[in-house]
Write a protein that binds this ligand. Structure first.
Ligand code: DGL
Length: 271
């Protein structure tokens, strides 16, 4: 048993899809979330910049006594998970491995699509992981640079002509490739599940990186006897690097719960 908190971070709000699931499946855990809202999006940046930002994000979270950290960001996980694991003496879990594992298990025709940020797709991390798990699976990747800004603008609902037009264009090559499983390799994308599901059709399974990474954290803690004591009442603290009113407003949509007046702003450049 380990009562200490789990740290979770993302470039912005997407990682809250993982927090929501963590809170559902492990209600006794304390969670500390950091969203780097002053520097989002990361997905169009160089791997050096992504590593620099991720180090600062994790350094801030480690100002708390954490038992584990979840990188709830596809972009950071695919570009610098290994470095962050090497530099930290607590378990650091990313989203790529658990997400790809689920896709490999689910695909029947061995044709899997990946949508993610440009930096995630260019890193080749999802593809490498799939080759490791099942070399017979063919992966078709598509970067979707407009998705994160649109989601953070609240433009993710079916019927919104902007998101539907953009999504149709991004998803066309994956429809043409005949994938039966689609990895949502960015933690912002679960908010687009309805829009994407409608375009891809019912026969295509959508894999949610936030959700799969939350299960991976639980597996890890269980295996290491590090779950919170059962009687503990869990909590979540939220930090952002830009105006918290904006963060709280959008966070409520990601979390399906109101967090008004609970988030704190920090200066991430000092970490
Ligand atoms: N949620 C982040 C991810 O999973 C978004 C990346 C970005 O900021 O562009 O990749």
């Amino acid at each position: 048993m380990d009562p200490r908190p789990i740290g979770v971070f993302d470039s912005g709000l997407g990682g809250l899809t993982a927090v929501r699931r963590l809170r559902q499946i492990m209600p006794s855990e304390h969670i500390i979330y950091f969203g780097d809202t002053s520097r989002v999006p990361y997905g169009n940046r160089s791997s050096d910049t992504i590593l620099k930002y991720a180090r600062q994000d994790l350094r801030f979270l480690r100002s708390f006594d954490l038992k584990a950290a979840l990188i709830a960001c596809g972009t950071v996980s695919s570009n610098c998970l290994t470095q962050l694991q090497r530099e930290n003496d607590i378990p650091v879990i990313g989203v790529v491995e658990p997400t790809v594992r689920r896709a490999a298990d689910l695909t029947r025709n061995k044709r899997v699509g990946l949508i993610a940020t440009r930096a995630s797709v260019n890193s080749g991390a999802y593809q490498r992981q799939m080759t490791k798990l099942d070399p017979q699976v063919e992966m078709f990747s598509q970067s979707c640079p407009l998705f994160v800004p649109l989601v953070e603008e609240g433009r993710f609902r079916p019927g919104d002509v902007v998101i539907e037009t953009v999504a149709r264009e991004y998803l066309k090559p994956l429809q043409d490739a005949g994938v039966d499983t689609l990895v949502l390799g960015c933690t912002h994308y679960p908010l687009l599940e309805d829009v994407i599901g409608e375009i891809m059709g019912e026969h295509v399974e959508l894999i949610d990186a936030g959700c799969e990474s939350a299960y991976a954290v639980r597996r890890h803690l269980k295996e290491h006897d590090a779950l919170a004591p059962e009687g503990q009442t869990g909590s979540a603290d939220f930090y952002a690097s830009d105006r918290v009113a904006d963060f709280e407003r959008l966070a409520a949509i990601f979390l399906h719960e109101d967090i008004s007046h609970t988030a704190w702003q920090i200066d991430i450049e000092t970490y």
